[in-house]
Write a new protein. Structure first.
Length: 371
């Protein structure tokens, strides 16, 4: 009888011991760049399906909050996730502009956070709780500059900058620095603003400058219109961009054939899946999402999840935010979707970049560039 009581008590304790651990996910599920948020959500959801519990048996619950890519809504979302939903960690707020809004709140609340695709270097600066799953703009800018100058033999460039996006300004700055150091010449800088619809003046300026290449580190909605109008007005220069155009559903739907031949730096291409986990992730993604190709935003979203879960698994108490934050920074050779991930002491991962080219509406893998 005593033995049976002991077994029953042990079973009861094991049930009680299992807990629900909340991870907040803040990103644009509606609004101008909702496509990015929806792609990232698919990756995070699949990662959660692949690894739904911690090693101690605790269940991981994802708490999604839509920020509509709006700075005020982003701040409200973070505060709600921390004070009302009581999340242990956060994935978000996806892109650079909104992650810069998140950063000071995260630092004050000491909530460990991983931003999937916030490439601006300032996002993690002097903030032990703010991290990212992606490479940063200096590396992406250097990759683009080197590829343009050496692989595409482009000796002159026009750079298109979206002044309303820290992502665009930062990446343009890094490209220009690296490109001119290699010997390239930036013959013109053209400024646009998110939401612009008419690019006739911009296109006229580019045509007058007659560059070998146009480098446009802007987002897909603006890039789509720029490409479409460029082809209509007879501008047939080679375009190179950053990871901000990787929402091909938006880009190709608007730009159509004008998007063919555009190259861009990105975080992942399933044709070059580098790990056993990434190959399995690609297979599962195809099965789950009607044979869709895995976008880089989904891959980085999944890696953000795996980084946090791995850190929690290294804590005796996975709700200990300080421990989780410390172990995120201690990430070493973690097998992820985009490759093996090591987080440096400044919250930035050491990882490779890929070059993709758009062909018939799809991202075709061209090359991998290592750090």
């Amino acid at each position: 009888m005593k033995k049976l009581l002991s077994l029953g008590l042990a079973g009861l304790l094991s049930v009680v011991a299992a807990a629900e651990i909340k991870i907040g996910v803040i990103m644009p599920l509606t609004g101008s760049i909702a496509g990015y948020g929806q792609m990232t959500k698919k990756g995070i959801d699949l990662a959660n399906k692949i690894q739904p519990t911690l090693k101690n048996g605790d269940t991981i619950k994802l708490v999604y909050i839509d920020n509509a890519a709006d700075k005020a809504q982003t701040a409200n979302a973070v505060n709600r996730a921390i004070s009302q939903d009581h999340v242990v960690a956060i994935i978000g707020a996806l892109t650079s502009g909104n992650s810069l809004v998140v950063a000071p709140i995260i630092k004050k609340s000491k909530t460990p956070t991983v931003a999937p695709v916030a490439t601006n270097p300032r996002v993690t600066k002097k903030n032990p709780y703010m991290n990212r799953a992606c490479f940063i703009d200096p590396f992406q800018g250097q990759v683009a500059a080197k590829f343009a100058y050496k692989n595409l033999n482009a000796k002159t460039a026009v750079v298109v900058i979206d002044k309303s996006q820290p992502y665009s300004a930062g990446l343009a700055r890094e490209f220009i620095k690296a490109y001119t150091k290699l010997g390239g010449k930036v013959v013109k800088r053209v400024v646009i603003t998110s939401g612009d619809k008419d690019y006739k003046a911009v296109i006229s300026t580019i045509k007058s400058a007659n560059p070998d290449i146009v480098y446009a580190p802007i987002y897909a909605p603006e890039m789509a219109l720029l490409l479409k109008q460029s082809r209509m007005l007879g501008l047939n220069k080679k375009f190179l961009a950053g990871d901000g155009i990787s929402d091909l559903n938006v880009l190709v739907k608007v730009a159509g054939d004008a998007s063919n031949g555009v190259m861009y730096t990105d975080h992942f291409n399933e044709a070059a899946a580098p790990t056993k986990l990434s190959k399995n992730f690609v297979t599962q993604y195809h099965k789950t999402y009607n044979n869709e190709a895995v976008p880089s935003f989904a891959a980085n979203g999944a890696d953000s999840y795996f980084i946090i879960v791995n850190a929690m698994n290294h804590c005796k108490n996975p709700t200990d935010k300080a421990c989780v934050a410390k172990n995120i920074r201690n990430t070493k050779n973690l097998e992820g979707v985009t490759g093996y991930i090591t987080i440096s002491n400044n919250g930035n991962p050491v990882k490779s970049a890929v070059i993709n080219e758009i062909q018939n509406g799809k991202a075709v893998y061209k090359a991998t560039v290592n750090p």
